[in-house]
Design a protein around this ligand. Structure first.
Ligand code: GLN
Length: 492
């Protein structure tokens, strides 16, 4: 039997069902590993050990009763599985900071639908993970509570903004975690940390209870070590929710992953616009090799073109800050979290927001407010929306020719903490390959395909048509059947 913390979601669930392990033992192994490693990795902002032990005990009672034939109904599919949740998703009664001082003591009175569905499926919540403040960033350095560290090299960032969730899964503190992705925040940290991460189709997973950043871009996604594990979580989170008007009423197919890794009949496109100057040669080589592997499994590979790719970055950095500036208006010291008292209400707003928000959040609010102001709205925001439509059409056009598109996740592997410190624009460039999917609303899956010379993971991204996540899982699962990158563990 491998170490408990080495078990994948699938393996853990099978062992729990068979009674070979208990949820309490598994949960305590996770908590002990967090105790040991988190002082160095800093993946967690809040630990919920007491709750976890209580949930694990309840899961064990149900598992025992079921095996003894005393529990009639079907067992919840994830019963007893430890899980970490990014600290931008509300869980009733547990502090939710969004990595910001302004919400330092905010305890939500309700639970995000995505998490509620996982709880109904039996998960055990071990804690809330670190994030760039309000999910704005690509490194988790923008957290008001200090950066997370990459388990493969503690001097490097884990990526962001869901860096805490990615680092927790990579360092085997938990078998799986939940995150959010507005422009790459699940896929890019998954890639930097060598784990598998999904950004679903926009509207596929309810955003209710996800603290809003860019409402037309935000998606709740999941991390695991294998595509199969991420698919298990995704299936349960997805589906229409009456509490999110943008969640779609599209059936969620049960994802069946074939043990036969053949990809015969699968058409994969490689867009020339994603192999640009400035890309780290080892990233390009790793992705090209992985594409060759997919071809060896029977997929047909062809070049495709997504001509508007170069506009994704400027378009995103108009639309996301514009929506953020509106979404963040609610933090005024009256209803939530921090309040800097003043006799004058306007002064109270100013002081609260001045003290509560960090530099990057303030920058985004200023950018967004400017882009939305009278006189500039049409020139910036309106124009960006038009170009967004062209980017979406690029994908529609490409998906008439291929079933999925394969690209790098980011131009580089994990950079050093502080490397992009005084140059926000160079940091924004890390998102150049992940932003287009959020603008188009299509799903994207990141998974490890190798390492660079410094031993840092290289990731590949698969993008698919709207609501066709199962294609991405099928391809990544086939790849993971015949390669071992996803099984490598950092020596933290
Ligand atoms: N890095 C991008 C940003 O800062 C994307 C972040 C995200 O996906 N939440 O906006």
């Amino acid at each position: 039997m491998p170490e408990l913390t080495d078990l994948s979601v699938r393996q853990a669930l099978d062992a729990l069902r068979r009674g070979e392990i208990s949820s309490l033992a598994l949960t305590q192994a996770c908590l002990a590993r967090i105790d040991r490693l988190d002082p160095a990795v800093h993946a967690f902002l809040t630990r919920t050990s007491d709750l976890a032990v209580q949930q694990a005990g309840a899961a064990d009672r149900r598992l025992v009763a079921h095996r003894a034939g005393r529990d009639e109904g079907p067992l919840p599919p994830l019963l007893g599985l430890p899980l970490a949740v990014k600290d931008v998703l509300a869980v009733e009664g547990i502090r939710c900071t969004c990595g910001s001082k302004i919400l330092e003591n905010f305890i939500p009175p309700y639970t995000a639908t995505s998490v509620e569905r996982l709880l109904a499926a039996g998960v055990v919540i071990v804690g809330k993970t670190n994030t760039d403040e309000f999910a704005m960033g690509s490194s988790t350095e923008n957290s008001a509570y200090g950066p997370s560290h990459n388990p493969w090299n503690l001097e490097h960032v884990p990526g962001g903004s869901s860096g805490g969730s990615a680092a927790a899964v990579a360092s085997r503190m938990v078998p799986a975690a939940v995150g959010s992705d507005t422009g790459g925040s699940v896929r890019q940290p998954a890639s930097y940390c060598g784990v598998t991460g999904l950004k679903p189709t926009y509207g596929r997973v309810s955003r209710y209870g996800l603290v809003a950043y860019g409402s037309s871009l935000d998606a709740v996604g999941a991390f695991g070590r294998t595509a199969e594990d991420v698919a298990l979580l995704f299936e349960l989170m997805a589906g229409r929710d009456a509490r999110d008007a943008t969640s779609m009423d599209v059936a969620v197919p049960a994802i069946r992953l074939d043990p036969d890794p053949s990809l015969a009949g699968m058409r994969i496109g490689v867009p020339k616009e994603y192999f640009i100057a400035g890309i780290q040669p080892e990233v390009e080589a790793g992705v090209r090799q992985a594409v060759a592997q997919l071809e060896a499994l029977g997929a047909s590979v062809r070049e495709v073109s997504l001509p508007y790719t170069e506009y994704a970055l400027p378009v995103y950095y108009l639309i996301a800050p514009a929506e953020a500036s509106a979404n963040l208006a609610r933090y005024d010291g009256v209803r939530f979290g921090l309040r800097e008292q003043s006799a004058q209400v306007l002064d109270q707003y100013k002081r609260t927001r001045g003290a509560g928000f960090g530099a990057e959040v303030k920058r985004r609010i200023m950018l967004g407010t400017y882009a939305l102001s009278a006189g500039y709205y049409d020139a910036y925001y309106g124009q960006a929306q038009k170009v967004r439509t062209l980017i979406k059409r690029d994908f529609e056009q490409a998906f008439t020719q291929v079933d999925a598109i394969a690209t790098p996740v980011a131009p580089t592997t994990a950079f050093r903490i502080g490397e992009h410190g005084d140059d926000p624009l160079s940091m924004y460039l890390e998102d150049v390959f992940t932003l287009p999917t959020n603008l188009a609303g299509v799903p994207g899956l990141a998974f490890p395909v190798g390492f660079d010379a410094r031993g840092l993971p290289v990731g590949m991204q698969l993008m698919g048509p709207h609501f066709r996540e199962e294609i991405l899982f099928r391809i990544a699962h086939a790849y993971q059947q015949v390669t071992g990158w996803h099984q490598k563990a950092p020596l933290v």
